[in-house]
Design a protein around this ligand. Structure first.
Ligand SMILES: [Zn+2]
Length: 150
């Protein structure tokens, strides 16, 4: 399990995947990782990492709401700093506690999250930095229509 990230990196360098759809690249990567796939813990680990990568893709496709563009009194939307999906919604003027900037799915990954981030870096995937971030690492239109399930 510990060398999965290295194997993934090696696969990416050797294969230089040409698919334009990052979801296809992610599928190809996980099909070609080798190793012990019968181990339950390993299966959970892989599934957790794969879903993390898919969340980043999904975040770009879904986009983010610009709180500044909403009418007064609207709820405020906050996004996960790791995957870019919605992490919290708070009523405007809510000062009791700051919004969560890590979604439940990323938080549940615990120590696997750093491996997910490392893997995303190898694939050149990063989450949107905000509603006006237009530097998507892939063509969103290629992915639309094949939206990953939540
Ligand atoms: Zn997240």
């Amino acid at each position: 399990m510990n060398n999965l990230i290295e194997r993934a990196e090696a696969w990416y360098c050797q294969t230089a995947p040409t698919a334009q759809n990052p979801l296809i690249v992610i599928d190809q990567l996980f099909e070609n990782l080798g190793g012990d796939q019968d181990d339950l813990h390993e299966q959970l680990y892989r599934s957790s990492l794969k879903k993390f990568l898919e969340r980043i893709v999904q975040a770009w496709v879904k986009g983010q709401i610009d709180n500044g563009s909403l009418y007064a009194g609207s709820s405020m939307y906050y996004y996960c700093k790791h995957c870019g999906l919605l992490s919290d919604t708070l009523p405007e003027g809510w000062f009791m506690q700051g919004p969560s900037r890590v979604c439940k799915a990323c938080s549940d990954m615990k120590e696997w999250l750093k491996d997910g981030i490392a893997l995303a870096n190898h694939l050149g995937l990063r989450p949107p930095k905000g509603p006006y971030d237009d530097k998507c690492p892939f063509d969103v239109n290629v992915v639309k229509g094949q939206l990953v399930k939540t």
